[in-house]
Design a protein around this ligand. Sequence first.
Ligand SMILES: Cc1ncc(COP(=O)(O)O)c(C=O)c1O
Length: 460
Amino acid sequence: MIAQGASLSSKLDQISSHLKPLSYAVDANNNITIAGLKVKDLLTKYGSPLYILCEETIRTRARLYVNAFKEFYSGESLVIYASKALNCKAVCKIIDSEGLGIDVVSGGELFTALSVGFPKEKIIFHGNNKGKDELEMAIENQIGSIMLDNFYELELISELLREKFSVDTVVNLSIRVTPGIECHTHEYIKTGRIDSKFGFDLSQVDELISRILALKEKYKNINIKGLHAHIGSQIFETMPHNDVAGVLLNQYKSLKDKYGISLQDINVGGGLGIKYHEHDDPPEINDWVKVVADSIVANCKALNLDLPRVIVEPGRSIVGPAGITAYKVGNIKNIPNLRKFVAVDGGMADNVRHIMYQARYYAEVDGKIGDAKTEKVTIAGKFCESGDILIRDIDLPELNHDDVLVVYSTGAYNYSMASNYNRVRRPAMLLVNNGRADIIIRRETYEDVVQWDELPQSLS
Ligand SMILES: Cc1ncc(COP(=O)(O)O)c(C=O)c1O
């Protein structure tokens, strides 16, 4: 663990230009090491493929967000880690120990956070179709905010209060709106525009407020805590978030004028992009935070509002670059004058982002760092889908069977989207720091894979 408040060296001012974990190094034999540990040795000990997570990178990135708000914003702020990027007990613990809150989007994510004692008041529950059982868990635990996404959800909350809770139950609600802001990102990960399955259209907010106020007549401890918008993911511009803050504060002003409501929180969501490839050039965390902070201050001044607590919800930009995945090379298929496929022992079940979003990744061959990149190859997975490709057309040194291929920036939305497709066992995840490696998610066994199967009596 690096010490709390450890000075962030000047190289961290450019952390967004990092494609690799902070503890990445190459030894004299061209072997890749993370946190002082040879990736090759880790693979021998823990098996392949293997997710490896650098603790120092997660903590440093989390701190950069927290410290940037301290530097640029004079009001209160709360950095909430969007745990859909990677949710497991160890990551929840690290995030809590850095003082961040957490955003969960399902009963499972909420359960995981609660199971390690995550402070309930710092949990926000998102989702466009939360189940009644999930809402019940959120109310029971009096979490920081249930992020209201639609009218149906309010009906379910009202039903639950009537059926299971006393009239003085505390229910903290925030409101997710679609601010109508488009950004340059992949179609499937745009969420802030009006044609979205998430959140309320701004024209619906008045109706929503009157329904909440009606419910509040009976349940006095319903609190309307804030407004939220999330406009997409892997965003390389800062201006959209400047605009989001403006839209939310104008909406806040209108609620204040019409209903006398004072909100605590303005939440501009997450979405800051990371470097997946050498040519990617995302903004620095510091610069992004400054844009958000400046916009809130300027809009509050113009609208004569007190500074709210600012909430941001980064996921990818905290854990993405902390993760690598190491694979072993197997079959190599050369189609003369067309393409060389190099297959590895994982693929779309441990990293679905290429097949889902055409995401691009960067990789290196362990032991061959610095060797001439003499081949253009396509890294294929082992799954029975032609689209199961990890990296299309990457220049690498010549690859042989049993070489170790290391793919970078796999900390976010890889394990969390992993599956047992083809009944494979999901890989283990290691947390590494200062020469120490701990398994934080154990490798599945074949017994794990069949554990939910039942044979009806007629077949047994
Ligand atoms: C509501 C919400 N907040 C935060 C995030 C995190 O986004 P990112 O991982 O791009 O920072 C997401 C991602 O989809 C989201 O839907």
